[in-house]
Write a new protein. Structure first.
Length: 548
């Protein structure tokens, strides 16, 4: 039963038993904020204090707070935005937690962080008890309006969440826009593109909302109508220059189109708007490096490394990009030093393997062929048994090193695996072509791409064709074999689930077959979210399970 906002008055929003976390690096400010929180009715025993990011994360790990008041600038170490990002990524705060960022700065740079990790509100210092109470009341009412919807989303029950949005739209006139936006996102997440488009068209017919245009662009991208998506996003950004989601989606669209110049321009606009994003700076470095603009690439990669120093969003790829850039600038010593620094922060096996690849390329470019050959030989042993390298950029670097050190046969075998796992990835094909052309193997590369792609498509569709012929066991075996060869191919996983369900419908179920179909669908959805096949096949499978 959803509670109507009209049944909640401000006097009923009792803060006495609400838990607060105050984060500020100055003792005096912590005392001031604690007094302000007490003055609005919060019990002293429910107020916790943190002086820095480390203390804040430690407290957030121990307890789920109702309200967090966090200063944006916390001196050395994590800043407020980085604490928020880590708290959300590690699920240290619930959907009902109110996060208010407090800052003395009024510049847009200071309050523009990663679009997907925004606080519920900003307050500019100095703040008063009345200001804080008013903002808390406003956010709290909104949180309560969405509490059941958030719970359904947390349980991945998107159909229920959509139903709850519709129910609330019947009486909640205050949150109409946010409810419609949430419903659209849920429809997209559930793969219901037709319903999402119908809703978005009706919204845009009445009001020109940037988030609605972006939602429509997502559908166009899903349908591979990239030119239309590009035009719509450019229009949206021109009309709403500070709408970060539009900028990010335009970058994604231009990358899919293979438009390097356009991607670079779009990223420069986004970075100018939001210069403190670890990921956007890294993306800008990647594009600048591909374009041969080493000065801009180095600047962007160094910025990404610097921003990521205390951030959970820190990425080894920024270090790798910086190392490549230094190497391209004939500064191999600096490039190797960058890799050493990276090794101090990241110990995962796949990252260490990529570091080995980059080191081999650096030695090759600096003329140390003996060391490059040694690394290539070791690398060949380590990747021989890999079915597929999930990181396509790492795969391309491995191929570059193999070709550079004369291991062309190994390069071809390795690339065949990658293409079979990504038969629809046109951007990968263009990168592969470039690698082969650079090695003087352009014609050979074109033949390899087409042959491997054809083989992958045949394997992907084999099971579905066999099902149509009534060959159920053969269909399952064919799709299981395809998954062995292409474990990261979403279409293979969906088709495997499809043939398993067809077999169950015809021959009867076993717990093993049900579990295999469920696992295939979940793996496919993780690789390719918002596919309509996921919800359709899952509904059929749930129906079969309930009959058991």
């Amino acid at each position: 039963m959803i509670t109507s906002p009209s049944n909640i008055s401000k006097s009923e929003i009792n803060l006495t038993d609400k838990s607060f976390l105050v984060i500020d690096d100055f003792h005096e400010m912590r005392s001031i904020f604690r007094d302000i929180v007490r003055s609005i009715g919060v019990d002293s025993k429910n107020i916790s204090i943190a002086a820095n990011g480390g203390e804040a994360i430690a407290l957030l790990r121990k307890k789920q707070f109702d309200v967090v008041l966090c200063d944006l600038n916390l001196g050395s170490g994590k800043n407020g935005q980085q604490i928020l990002e880590e708290a959300k990524l590690r699920n240290l705060v619930g959907s009902t937690c109110i996060w208010i960022m407090i800052t003395a700065e009024k510049t847009s740079d200071a309050v523009t962080g990663a679009a997907e990790y925004q606080p519920d509100a900003y307050l500019i210092k100095p703040i008063t008890a009345a200001t804080l109470r008013t903002r808390l009341d406003r956010v709290w009412l909104k949180k309560q309006a969405f509490i059941d919807i958030y719970q359904a989303m947390k349980n991945s029950d998107y159909s229920k969440a959509i139903y709850l949005c519709d129910e609330r739209l019947g009486f909640d006139k205050v949150n109409v826009s946010e409810l419609l936006r949430t419903k659209c996102n849920l429809l997209l997440s559930n793969g219901e593109l037709d319903r999402a488009r119908e809703l978005l068209d009706s919204i845009l017919a009445e009001r020109d909302l940037p988030w609605a245009k972006t939602g429509l662009a997502k559908i166009l991208i899903k349908n591979n109508e990239l030119d239309k998506a590009k035009l719509l996003l450019e229009e949206t950004i021109d009309e709403n220059p500070t709408f970060l989601e539009g900028h990010d989606l335009l970058v994604k669209t231009l990358q899919a189109m293979g438009d390097l110049d356009g991607t670079n321009h779009a990223l420069e606009r986004a970075v100018k708007l939001s210069p403190n994003s670890v990921n956007r700076q890294k993306q800008l470095g990647d594009v600048a490096l591909k374009m041969g603009n080493l000065e801009n690439a180095e600047k962007a990669f160094r910025k990404s490394v610097s921003l990521g120093e205390h951030s959970v969003l820190k990425t080894a790829d920024a270090y790798f990009g910086l190392a490549k850039t230094c190497s391209a600038n004939t500064n191999s010593e600096e490039a190797l030093n960058v890799l050493k620094k990276m090794n101090k922060h990241f110990s995962a096996e796949d990252i260490q393997l990529k570091a080995m690849v980059i080191e081999g390329l650096i030695h090759h470019e600096s003329g140390n062929e003996e060391k490059a050959l040694e690394i290539a030989a070791e690398l060949g042993k380590r990747v021989a048994d890999e079915k597929h390298v999930q990181d396509s950029e790492r795969a391309l670097d491995i191929v570059r090193l193999f070709i550079a050190t004369g291991k062309k046969e190994s390069a071809v075998v390795f690339l065949q695996k990658e293409i079979r796992s990504n038969p629809d990835n046109n951007a990968l094909f263009e990168d592969v072509k470039e690698v082969f052309e650079h090695a003087g193997m352009g014609d050979e590369g074109a033949v390899l791409i087409e042959a491997s792609r054809r083989e992958a498509i045949e394997m992907m569709n084999a099971g579905v064709l066999l099902i149509r012929e009534g060959k159920y066991e053969e269909a399952i075996n064919a799709m299981r074999n395809a998954r062995q060869v292409m474990p990261e191919n979403a279409r293979v996983l969906f088709n495997l689930a499809h043939v398993l369900i067809a077999y169950i419908q015809k021959k009867g179920q076993t717990p093993e077959l049900i579990n295999e179909a469920l696992e295939s669908l979940d793996a496919a959805n993780e690789l390719s979210p918002s596919e309509s096949r996921y919800s359709k096949l899952m509904d059929i499978l749930n129906g079969l399970s309930s009959v058991a």
